[in-house]
Design a protein around this ligand. Structure first.
Ligand SMILES: [Zn+2]
Length: 424
């Protein structure tokens, strides 16, 4: 396996990577733009774009911001409301695999930033039917979340005639450098189908699974005609703001009391704290399929942002990558699928191109740990300029264990600010 000489990404990254003559991946090269582009100017370009969508009557929302109980949500809403002065409608797809931390973060988000919020919660029975199919046939326990979270904002945009959707980071730009920031890539049906929903649209799922298409309405992307009739457009903040998720989360912790939480399979305690399975079984499936997990995404990003050396990043991958998921029993209990069937479906995802069997034990055929001393690493090394010190914040609901599913939580909190939180 070829690995980047700067970060820890392998050549088989599912979003696609290219390598230059120095062995540096496209994700690392495009990331260099973060230190080259005139970000103050770019933010003004963002202002100019959103200005034409501002509602002058005061009767309508200016834009839609898709949110969750974690990752970038506070920063996005803070930017849209406080920096750009827009009146956003927040929308979220209820992933069901909610943690208490995530429920609290979402409640504090809508309370402290004082926003209207709509959510979509498909019935648990339907989700179990979908899950049974996508786990067995596509090796995914996340299809309904990926599909629902990318469809619901567009459905609301069409239904309420709010043409502008503002997203956070485009992963094709931030992870793999598929596009330059200057391409100002926007939301498309095709990228979503190819990269977000495993090539499986609701219509495909209906045909393959026998679930009536009428039941799959929460996952049906609006037609081109519907989208065109409203002029729906989705833009990404990371094309206009120098994206640094760690710094942004720390700003949100300090300003609004955003809660972080320990994660099973990564050192990043900030991003996916709202989900029982993201850093567990879901990430384990990714490891079996591609030979790397979320910790490689996080470590590569920190190398690019000059908080880790490549060697420290490899150490973190070695520390977390093989940690077994701790959420299997909870998944079995919720899904109604037997433990044996779940394990069999999970095991079917193991990719023979990246795994080998050695004395009865599976191991990665060519892990990044074997690539510490690759030729060319020194020539493209970035210096480390600050520590990679992810923190775990105190619970805002101390004494309440986060040990079970919460499908629908209380959607608001009493308005008193948390200790240490700067009042608005
Ligand atoms: Zn790289």
């Amino acid at each position: 396996m070829r690995y980047c000489t700067r970060c820890v990404y392998p050549a088989n990254h599912p979003l696609g990577l290219t390598f230059d003559e120095e062995g540096v991946c496209s994700g690392c090269r495009i990331h260099e733009e973060k230190d080259q582009l005139p970000w103050a100017e770019r933010f003004e370009a963002l202002r100019a774009i959103v200005e034409s969508y501002r509602d002058r009557t005061g009767r309508h929302f200016d834009c839609i911001v898709p949110v969750s109980g974690a990752r970038d949500s506070h920063f996005m809403v803070h930017t849209v409301k406080r920096e750009l002065g827009l009146n956003p409608l927040l929308v979220s797809y209820n992933r069901q695999y909610n943690t208490r931390v995530g429920i609290r973060n979402l409640a504090y988000l809508r309370t402290s930033l004082d926003c209207d919020h709509m959510s979509q919660s498909p019935s648990p029975a339907l989700l179990r039917r979908i899950l049974r199919f996508t786990l067995n046939e596509a090796g995914s326990i996340y299809w309904h979340i990926l599909a629902g979270a990318t469809v619901f904002p567009v459905q609301v945009a069409v239904r309420l005639k709010i043409p502008l959707i503002i997203w956070g980071a485009h992963q094709g730009v931030d992870q793999v450098g598929m596009f330059s920031h200057l391409d100002e890539v926007e939301m498309t049906r095709k990228y979503r189908k190819d990269h977000d929903v495993l090539g499986l649209e609701a219509e495909d799922l209906a045909v393959a699974s026998g679930i009536p298409i009428g039941d799959l309405e929460p996952f049906r992307y609006p037609s081109n005609e519907e989208i065109a009739s409203v002029g729906v457009r989705g833009i990404y903040l990371n094309n206009y703001i120098r994206w640094d998720a760690k710094a942004q989360h720390e700003q949100m912790i300090a300003t609004y009391g955003y809660e972080s939480a320990p994660q099973t399979r990564t050192f990043n305690t900030y991003e996916d704290v709202d989900c029982v399975h993201y850093s567990g079984l879901h990430d384990w499936l990714k490891l079996l399929r591609y030979g790397f997990g979320k910790v490689s995404d996080h470590a590569s990003r920190e190398v690019r942002l000059r908080r880790l050396t490549r060697e420290q990043a490899i150490d973190l991958v070695a520390q977390y990558q093989d940690v077994p998921p701790a959420d299997l029993d909870r998944f079995v209990g919720w899904s109604g699928i037997s433990r044996e069937d779940v394990l069999a479906a999970v095991e079917r995802q193991r990719n023979a191109a990246v795994w080998t069997r050695d004395s009865g034990t599976w191991r990665l055929g060519d892990a990044v740990t074997a690539h510490r001393g690759d030729a060319g690493v020194e020539a493209v090394r970035l210096g480390v300029v600050e520590p990679c010190d992810y923190r775990v914040t105190p619970s805002r609901e101390p004494g309440v264990p986060d040990d079970r599913y919460i499908t629908i939580g209380r959607g608001y909190v009493d308005a008193a600010p948390a200790q240490g939180v700067v009042p608005l």
